[in-house]
Design a protein around this ligand. Sequence first.
Ligand code: RRO
Length: 307
Amino acid sequence: MVNLAVQVAGVDFPNPTVVASGILGVTASSASFAVAHGAGGITLKSCGIEPRTGHRGPTILPVPGGLLNAVGLSNPGAAAVVEEIRAFKEQPTVPIIASIFGRTEEEFSEVAAVICEAQPDLLEINVSCPNVASEFGVRFGLDHDSTARITRAVKRTIGNVPLLVKLSPQAHSIATLARRCQDAGADGITAINSVGPGMAIDVHTRKPVLSNRVGGLSGRAILPVAVRCVHDITHAVDIPIIGTGGIATAEDALQMILAGATAVAIGTGVHSEGIEVFSRITRGISAYLEANGCNGLSEIRGAVHDH
Ligand code: RRO
Protein backbone atom coordinates (compact mmCIF):
# COMPACT_ATOMS: atom_id res chain seq x y z
CA MET A 1 0.00 0.00 0.00
CA VAL A 2 1.59 3.28 -1.01
CA ASN A 3 1.67 6.15 1.43
CA LEU A 4 0.71 9.51 -0.07
CA ALA A 5 1.24 11.59 3.08
CA VAL A 6 3.60 14.56 2.67
CA GLN A 7 5.08 17.11 5.01
CA VAL A 8 5.29 20.79 4.03
CA ALA A 9 7.39 22.90 6.39
CA GLY A 10 6.82 20.44 9.24
CA VAL A 11 3.03 20.24 8.66
CA ASP A 12 1.52 16.84 7.79
CA PHE A 13 -0.81 16.58 4.79
CA PRO A 14 -2.66 13.25 4.28
CA ASN A 15 -2.18 13.52 0.52
CA PRO A 16 -0.43 16.08 -1.73
CA THR A 17 -3.53 17.66 -3.33
CA VAL A 18 -4.33 21.11 -1.95
CA VAL A 19 -7.06 23.60 -2.86
CA ALA A 20 -5.31 26.60 -4.48
CA SER A 21 -5.98 30.10 -3.19
CA GLY A 22 -8.92 31.94 -4.70
CA ILE A 23 -10.91 28.98 -5.90
CA LEU A 24 -13.32 28.19 -3.05
CA GLY A 25 -13.37 31.49 -1.19
CA VAL A 26 -12.69 31.75 2.53
CA THR A 27 -15.54 29.91 4.24
CA ALA A 28 -15.19 26.95 6.59
CA SER A 29 -18.07 25.24 4.79
CA SER A 30 -16.43 25.38 1.35
CA ALA A 31 -13.16 24.16 2.88
CA SER A 32 -14.96 21.21 4.51
CA PHE A 33 -16.70 20.46 1.21
CA ALA A 34 -13.32 20.11 -0.52
CA VAL A 35 -11.97 17.94 2.31
CA ALA A 36 -15.01 15.66 2.00
CA HIS A 37 -14.03 15.22 -1.65
CA GLY A 38 -10.46 14.25 -0.91
CA ALA A 39 -8.46 17.49 -0.72
CA GLY A 40 -5.37 16.98 1.43
CA GLY A 41 -5.14 20.67 2.35
CA ILE A 42 -6.94 23.98 1.88
CA THR A 43 -5.69 27.40 0.86
CA LEU A 44 -8.12 30.25 1.48
CA LYS A 45 -8.65 33.21 -0.89
CA SER A 46 -6.19 36.01 -0.12
CA CYS A 47 -7.50 38.53 2.39
CA GLY A 48 -6.50 42.02 3.44
CA ILE A 49 -7.18 44.04 6.54
CA GLU A 50 -10.47 45.53 5.23
CA PRO A 51 -13.29 43.87 3.27
CA ARG A 52 -13.10 44.42 -0.51
CA THR A 53 -15.76 43.86 -3.13
CA GLY A 54 -13.21 43.41 -5.92
CA HIS A 55 -13.72 44.34 -9.58
CA ARG A 56 -17.08 44.71 -11.32
CA GLY A 57 -18.20 41.78 -13.48
CA PRO A 58 -17.38 40.11 -15.69
CA THR A 59 -14.44 38.96 -13.58
CA ILE A 60 -13.90 35.46 -15.00
CA LEU A 61 -13.83 34.42 -18.64
CA PRO A 62 -13.19 31.01 -20.24
CA VAL A 63 -10.43 31.33 -22.86
CA PRO A 64 -8.64 28.66 -24.91
CA GLY A 65 -6.69 26.49 -22.47
CA GLY A 66 -8.03 27.98 -19.27
CA LEU A 67 -9.53 31.03 -17.61
CA LEU A 68 -8.79 34.72 -17.57
CA ASN A 69 -9.65 36.29 -14.22
CA ALA A 70 -9.62 39.73 -12.67
CA VAL A 71 -11.49 39.09 -9.46
CA GLY A 72 -9.68 41.98 -7.81
CA LEU A 73 -8.92 40.53 -4.38
CA SER A 74 -12.53 40.38 -3.23
CA ASN A 75 -12.58 39.19 0.39
CA PRO A 76 -14.49 39.83 3.62
CA GLY A 77 -11.48 41.21 5.53
CA ALA A 78 -9.10 39.61 8.01
CA ALA A 79 -11.44 39.64 11.04
CA ALA A 80 -14.10 37.64 9.19
CA VAL A 81 -11.50 35.20 7.87
CA VAL A 82 -10.28 34.62 11.43
CA GLU A 83 -13.78 33.41 12.34
CA GLU A 84 -13.85 31.04 9.34
CA ILE A 85 -10.45 29.57 10.21
CA ARG A 86 -11.57 29.06 13.81
CA ALA A 87 -14.75 27.33 12.62
CA PHE A 88 -12.79 25.04 10.29
CA LYS A 89 -10.32 24.18 13.04
CA GLU A 90 -13.03 23.07 15.45
CA GLN A 91 -12.81 19.69 13.74
CA PRO A 92 -9.35 19.72 12.23
CA THR A 93 -9.12 17.33 9.32
CA VAL A 94 -6.43 18.63 6.98
CA PRO A 95 -4.07 21.61 7.22
CA ILE A 96 -5.47 25.04 6.40
CA ILE A 97 -3.30 27.65 4.70
CA ALA A 98 -4.39 31.27 5.12
CA SER A 99 -3.40 33.69 2.36
CA ILE A 100 -2.86 37.42 2.82
CA PHE A 101 -1.99 40.54 0.83
CA GLY A 102 -1.17 44.13 1.70
CA ARG A 103 -0.18 47.46 0.18
CA THR A 104 3.00 47.83 2.22
CA GLU A 105 5.33 45.74 4.33
CA GLU A 106 3.60 47.14 7.44
CA GLU A 107 0.17 46.20 6.13
CA PHE A 108 1.29 42.66 5.32
CA SER A 109 2.56 42.34 8.90
CA GLU A 110 -0.66 43.78 10.31
CA VAL A 111 -2.85 41.32 8.38
CA ALA A 112 -0.50 38.46 9.29
CA ALA A 113 -0.81 39.28 12.99
CA VAL A 114 -4.62 39.33 12.86
CA ILE A 115 -4.88 36.09 10.84
CA CYS A 116 -2.41 34.22 13.04
CA GLU A 117 -4.71 34.76 16.04
CA ALA A 118 -6.72 31.93 14.47
CA GLN A 119 -3.62 29.73 14.21
CA PRO A 120 -3.76 28.62 10.58
CA ASP A 121 -1.42 25.68 9.94
CA LEU A 122 0.54 27.76 7.44
CA LEU A 123 0.42 31.36 6.20
CA GLU A 124 0.91 32.21 2.52
CA ILE A 125 1.81 35.75 1.48
CA ASN A 126 0.49 36.71 -1.93
CA VAL A 127 2.97 39.10 -3.52
CA SER A 128 1.96 38.11 -7.05
CA CYS A 129 -1.64 39.07 -7.88
CA PRO A 130 -1.65 40.32 -11.48
CA ASN A 131 -4.97 42.18 -11.27
CA VAL A 132 -4.58 45.18 -9.02
CA ALA A 133 -1.65 47.07 -10.54
CA SER A 134 -3.50 50.39 -10.76
CA GLU A 135 -4.25 50.29 -7.04
CA PHE A 136 -1.23 48.51 -5.59
CA GLY A 137 1.43 49.60 -8.10
CA VAL A 138 3.94 47.15 -9.51
CA ARG A 139 3.57 43.75 -7.95
CA PHE A 140 5.92 43.29 -5.00
CA GLY A 141 6.62 39.84 -6.33
CA LEU A 142 8.40 41.25 -9.37
CA ASP A 143 10.90 43.07 -7.18
CA HIS A 144 13.35 40.85 -5.31
CA ASP A 145 14.21 43.41 -2.62
CA SER A 146 10.56 44.18 -1.79
CA THR A 147 9.65 40.49 -1.66
CA ALA A 148 12.56 39.74 0.66
CA ARG A 149 11.66 42.70 2.89
CA ILE A 150 8.01 41.63 3.18
CA THR A 151 9.01 38.02 3.83
CA ARG A 152 11.38 39.05 6.62
CA ALA A 153 8.83 41.40 8.20
CA VAL A 154 5.99 38.86 8.14
CA LYS A 155 8.19 36.08 9.48
CA ARG A 156 9.23 38.30 12.35
CA THR A 157 5.55 38.96 13.08
CA ILE A 158 4.23 35.40 12.94
CA GLY A 159 7.04 33.56 14.70
CA ASN A 160 6.64 29.83 14.39
CA VAL A 161 3.69 29.70 11.97
CA PRO A 162 5.27 28.28 8.78
CA LEU A 163 5.45 30.92 6.03
CA LEU A 164 4.93 30.31 2.31
CA VAL A 165 5.58 32.97 -0.35
CA LYS A 166 3.51 32.76 -3.54
CA LEU A 167 5.55 33.86 -6.53
CA SER A 168 4.78 35.20 -9.98
CA PRO A 169 6.11 33.48 -13.10
CA GLN A 170 6.85 36.95 -14.46
CA ALA A 171 9.50 37.67 -11.83
CA HIS A 172 12.95 37.99 -13.30
CA SER A 173 14.65 34.68 -12.36
CA ILE A 174 12.05 33.05 -10.16
CA ALA A 175 14.75 30.72 -8.82
CA THR A 176 16.88 33.59 -7.51
CA LEU A 177 13.77 35.20 -6.05
CA ALA A 178 12.81 31.97 -4.28
CA ARG A 179 16.32 31.80 -2.81
CA ARG A 180 15.96 35.37 -1.55
CA CYS A 181 12.69 34.33 0.13
CA GLN A 182 14.36 31.36 1.78
CA ASP A 183 17.20 33.57 3.02
CA ALA A 184 14.60 36.04 4.38
CA GLY A 185 12.92 33.32 6.46
CA ALA A 186 10.35 31.66 4.17
CA ASP A 187 9.59 28.07 5.11
CA GLY A 188 8.24 27.17 1.66
CA ILE A 189 7.40 28.53 -1.79
CA THR A 190 4.13 28.37 -3.69
CA ALA A 191 4.64 28.60 -7.45
CA ILE A 192 3.01 29.97 -9.55
CA ASN A 193 0.31 32.63 -9.53
CA SER A 194 -1.62 33.23 -12.76
CA VAL A 195 0.27 34.37 -15.85
CA GLY A 196 -0.01 37.69 -17.60
CA PRO A 197 -2.03 39.76 -17.37
CA GLY A 198 -3.74 38.87 -20.62
CA MET A 199 -6.65 40.40 -22.53
CA ALA A 200 -9.66 39.07 -24.43
CA ILE A 201 -11.53 41.41 -26.81
CA ASP A 202 -15.20 41.20 -27.79
CA VAL A 203 -15.10 41.65 -31.57
CA HIS A 204 -18.68 42.95 -31.64
CA THR A 205 -18.29 45.73 -29.09
CA ARG A 206 -14.54 46.04 -29.80
CA LYS A 207 -13.93 46.35 -26.07
CA PRO A 208 -12.03 44.15 -23.61
CA VAL A 209 -14.43 41.57 -22.13
CA LEU A 210 -13.26 41.81 -18.52
CA SER A 211 -14.34 44.98 -16.76
CA ASN A 212 -10.76 45.31 -15.51
CA ARG A 213 -9.69 45.06 -19.19
CA VAL A 214 -6.91 42.59 -18.29
CA GLY A 215 -6.67 39.50 -16.11
CA GLY A 216 -4.44 36.62 -15.04
CA LEU A 217 -4.36 33.45 -17.15
CA SER A 218 -4.77 30.12 -15.32
CA GLY A 219 -5.55 26.56 -16.40
CA ARG A 220 -4.03 23.96 -18.72
CA ALA A 221 -2.24 26.52 -20.89
CA ILE A 222 0.08 27.52 -18.03
CA LEU A 223 1.05 24.03 -16.78
CA PRO A 224 4.37 23.93 -18.71
CA VAL A 225 5.31 27.37 -17.37
CA ALA A 226 4.50 26.26 -13.82
CA VAL A 227 6.43 22.99 -14.17
CA ARG A 228 9.47 24.88 -15.47
CA CYS A 229 9.28 27.36 -12.59
CA VAL A 230 9.07 24.57 -9.99
CA HIS A 231 11.98 22.81 -11.70
CA ASP A 232 14.13 25.96 -11.55
CA ILE A 233 13.19 26.78 -7.94
CA THR A 234 14.02 23.22 -6.83
CA HIS A 235 17.61 23.79 -7.94
CA ALA A 236 17.85 26.99 -5.90
CA VAL A 237 16.24 26.22 -2.51
CA ASP A 238 16.12 23.63 0.27
CA ILE A 239 12.59 24.51 1.42
CA PRO A 240 9.48 22.68 0.11
CA ILE A 241 7.50 23.88 -2.91
CA ILE A 242 3.76 23.73 -3.48
CA GLY A 243 3.46 23.50 -7.26
CA THR A 244 0.38 25.09 -8.80
CA GLY A 245 -0.72 26.22 -12.24
CA GLY A 246 -2.81 24.21 -14.69
CA ILE A 247 -3.02 20.91 -12.81
CA ALA A 248 -6.12 18.93 -13.78
CA THR A 249 -4.96 15.29 -13.92
CA ALA A 250 -2.72 12.87 -12.01
CA GLU A 251 -0.18 13.10 -14.81
CA ASP A 252 -0.06 16.91 -14.42
CA ALA A 253 0.46 16.52 -10.66
CA LEU A 254 3.17 13.92 -11.24
CA GLN A 255 5.01 16.30 -13.57
CA MET A 256 5.06 18.85 -10.74
CA ILE A 257 6.34 16.30 -8.23
CA LEU A 258 9.00 15.02 -10.64
CA ALA A 259 10.04 18.68 -11.10
CA GLY A 260 10.50 18.92 -7.31
CA ALA A 261 7.16 19.89 -5.75
CA THR A 262 6.22 18.39 -2.38
CA ALA A 263 2.50 19.14 -2.81
CA VAL A 264 0.30 20.42 -5.63
CA ALA A 265 -2.41 23.06 -5.49
CA ILE A 266 -5.40 22.84 -7.81
CA GLY A 267 -7.45 25.88 -8.77
CA THR A 268 -8.85 26.12 -12.28
CA GLY A 269 -8.87 22.29 -12.35
CA VAL A 270 -11.72 22.38 -9.81
CA HIS A 271 -13.75 24.36 -12.37
CA SER A 272 -12.88 22.16 -15.34
CA GLU A 273 -12.93 18.72 -13.66
CA GLY A 274 -15.32 19.22 -10.76
CA ILE A 275 -14.71 18.72 -7.05
CA GLU A 276 -13.78 15.04 -7.65
CA VAL A 277 -10.49 16.29 -9.08
CA PHE A 278 -8.75 15.80 -5.70
CA SER A 279 -9.63 12.14 -5.18
CA ARG A 280 -9.12 11.37 -8.88
CA ILE A 281 -5.60 12.83 -8.83
CA THR A 282 -4.77 11.05 -5.57
CA ARG A 283 -5.90 7.72 -7.00
CA GLY A 284 -3.92 8.30 -10.18
CA ILE A 285 -0.74 9.13 -8.24
CA SER A 286 -1.20 5.97 -6.14
CA ALA A 287 -1.58 3.85 -9.25
CA TYR A 288 1.56 5.38 -10.76
CA LEU A 289 3.61 4.72 -7.62
CA GLU A 290 2.38 1.15 -7.39
CA ALA A 291 3.08 0.51 -11.07
CA ASN A 292 6.62 1.82 -10.57
CA GLY A 293 7.28 -0.16 -7.37
CA CYS A 294 7.49 2.95 -5.17
CA ASN A 295 6.22 3.19 -1.58
CA GLY A 296 5.97 6.97 -1.31
CA LEU A 297 6.33 10.30 -3.08
CA SER A 298 9.83 10.93 -1.74
CA GLU A 299 11.05 8.24 -4.14
CA ILE A 300 10.05 10.29 -7.18
CA ARG A 301 10.20 13.91 -5.92
CA GLY A 302 12.58 15.92 -8.09
CA ALA A 303 13.51 12.84 -10.12
CA VAL A 304 13.81 14.90 -13.30
CA HIS A 305 16.94 16.42 -11.82
CA ASP A 306 18.65 13.02 -11.96
CA HIS A 307 18.82 13.32 -15.74
O1 RRO B 1 -8.30 38.31 -6.89
C1 RRO B 1 -7.68 38.20 -7.97
O2 RRO B 1 -7.98 38.87 -8.96
C2 RRO B 1 -6.52 37.33 -8.10
C3 RRO B 1 -5.52 37.18 -7.16
BR1 RRO B 1 -5.61 38.00 -5.50
C4 RRO B 1 -4.36 36.40 -7.43
O3 RRO B 1 -3.43 36.28 -6.64
N1 RRO B 1 -4.31 35.80 -8.63
C5 RRO B 1 -5.28 35.90 -9.55
O4 RRO B 1 -5.17 35.32 -10.63
N2 RRO B 1 -6.40 36.67 -9.27
